[in-house]
Design a protein around this ligand. Structure first.
Ligand code: GSH
Length: 289
């Protein structure tokens, strides 16, 4: 039986629609994507930043088609197939999945497609990987715990579901993960490592540009307005500058659809009705699947 999430808009809209249209021609690298998916957007950003030729193929991962499950047994987007180096090989389409694995693969498999999104210095590469892991293992689960929270009777008793009780605790926990990240940003920036956009920026950007969901569904995100951050003003100022740089990045804007089409998807998360693997994992207190 199809899950309710299967009812998503079938294609990209807005700027992303134009980008999809430009990437319909047959290419050795095939990108199985869902326009709405932040994990997909990670890979899409890297493909665009590095100008790697790709063929965009829209997949609804909530309809698990056998042909797609043959490429990715979990049936998740993003998935790519890359050409075999042996052109005579019968199994020429080699599948890969998991956004961060694909990102590392693109760095290694397309070394002449600049810019490099990981530093060359081994220490700085390792440090970038620590913060890539932090985004996936800390920030995204905290984002979803906050988004999927449902008011309990104790929240209602507090008479303040927006600023009291569990919701406020989850808001603060999420904000603390952002502050911890912001403290690691290059002092001038604007990006994580300085002037150059890199993989740490790539892995968080899709969630950074979806923070409006908390204004829409959870009575606000709660990042202090400029000048209002008190003892944390410097760190919030640095966070705001990072977000502004990411929001203005061409690849980020080009891979975005119109907000109205994201709304029903995030509404299901906000009402904790989403049936995606991620939604269910968060409900069970686990991390990103
Ligand atoms: N860990 C995966 C997560 C990918 C993922 O959860 N993709 C979602 C769409 S945003 C999906 O395909 N969901 C289908 C499902 O949950 O059944 C990655 O980093 O690529």
């Amino acid at each position: 039986m199809p899950v309710p999430d299967a009812d998503i808009h079938p294609e990209a809209t807005g700027p992303a629609k134009a980008l999809v249209a430009h990437h319909q021609a047959e290419q050795p690298l095939k990108f199985y994507a869902g326009w709405f998916c932040p994990f997909v957007q990670r890979v899409w950003l890297a493909l665009e930043e590095k100008q790697i030729p790709y063929q965009y193929i829209e997949v609804n991962p909530y309809h698990k088609q056998p042909s797609f499950l043959a490429l990715n047994p979990r049936g998740l987007v993003p998935t790519i197939t890359s050409p075999s180096p042996d052109a005579s090989s019968s199994s020429s389409a080699r599948p890969l999945y998991e956004s961060t694995v694909i990102l590392e693969y693109l760095e290694e498999a397309y070394p002449t497609h600049g810019p490099a999104l990981l530093p060359t210095d081994p220490y700085l590469r390792a440090r970038a990987r620590i913060w890539i892991d932090y985004v996936t293992s800390r920030i995204i689960p905290a984002f979803h715990r906050f988004l999927q929270h449902q008011p309990s009777s104790s929240d209602s008793a507090a008479g303040d579901t927006a600023r009291g009780g569990e919701l406020q605790t989850l808001r603060e926990e999420f904000l603390n993960t952002l502050k911890e990240f912001a403290r690691e940003l290059h002092p001038q920036g604007p990006y994580f490592s300085g002037q150059d956009f890199g993989l740490v920026d790539v892995v968080l950007a899709p969630w950074a540009i979806r923070l409006w969901v908390f204004d829409e569904f959870k009575a606000g995100l709660g990042i202090p307005a400029p000048g209002q951050g008190g003892a944390d003003e410097a760190v919030w100022d640095r966070w705001r500058r990072w977000v502004a740089a990411v929001e203005g990045r061409r690849s980020v804007r080009q891979t975005l659809s119109e907000r109205e089409y994201y709304l029903p998807i995030y509404q299901r998360y906000a009402e904790d009705k989403a049936q995606s693997e991620l939604a269910r994992a968060v409900r069970k207190g686990r991390g990103v699947p």
